[in-house]
Design a protein around this ligand. Structure first.
Ligand code: SF4
Length: 120
């Protein structure tokens, strides 16, 4: 990776997702994280938390893949909020909307949540 960075990118980590993905070992999620966190670009990295929480809330519907979720989210979230929204979704999934047993009883999003509405 270091050799490619020096040779093909003048020793500068690229800021575009497509270029980042050319680096060995860098997949779309990692490329989006770098673009978002390092360069503050409107890139949405979709990990397991973002994927699950988006689906439960109803931000996506029957998404089949992280890429599909990413495309849906960036379509509707204002560009300037995408880097923040990425962290909101991850932290919500890590501490409140847990995979096996979501903590709906302490969640502030029950009024907007498709999963919660279906449960009632
Ligand atoms: S209400 Fe429950 S399912 Fe919906 S986002 Fe909150 S914790 Fe997750």
């Amino acid at each position: 990776m270091a050799q490619m960075l020096v040779k093909d990118f003048d020793s500068i980590v690229p800021d575009k997702v497509d270029e980042l993905q050319k680096l060995p070992g860098v997949g779309r999620k990692t490329a989006n994280v770098i673009a978002s966190v390092v360069y503050d670009k409107p890139a949405m990295a979709v990990d397991t938390h973002v994927f699950r929480v988006s689906e439960r809330l109803g931000l996506t519907t029957a998404s089949k893949s992280p890429l599909q979720t990413e495309r849906e989210l960036v379509k509707y979230i204002p560009e300037e909020l995408i880097p923040k929204a990425h962290h909101w979704l991850i932290l919500h999934g890590r501490y409140v909307c847990l995979a096996r047993k979501p903590k709906c009883e302490i969640c502030g999003l029950t009024a907007f949540c498709r999963y919660f509405a279906k449960k009632l």
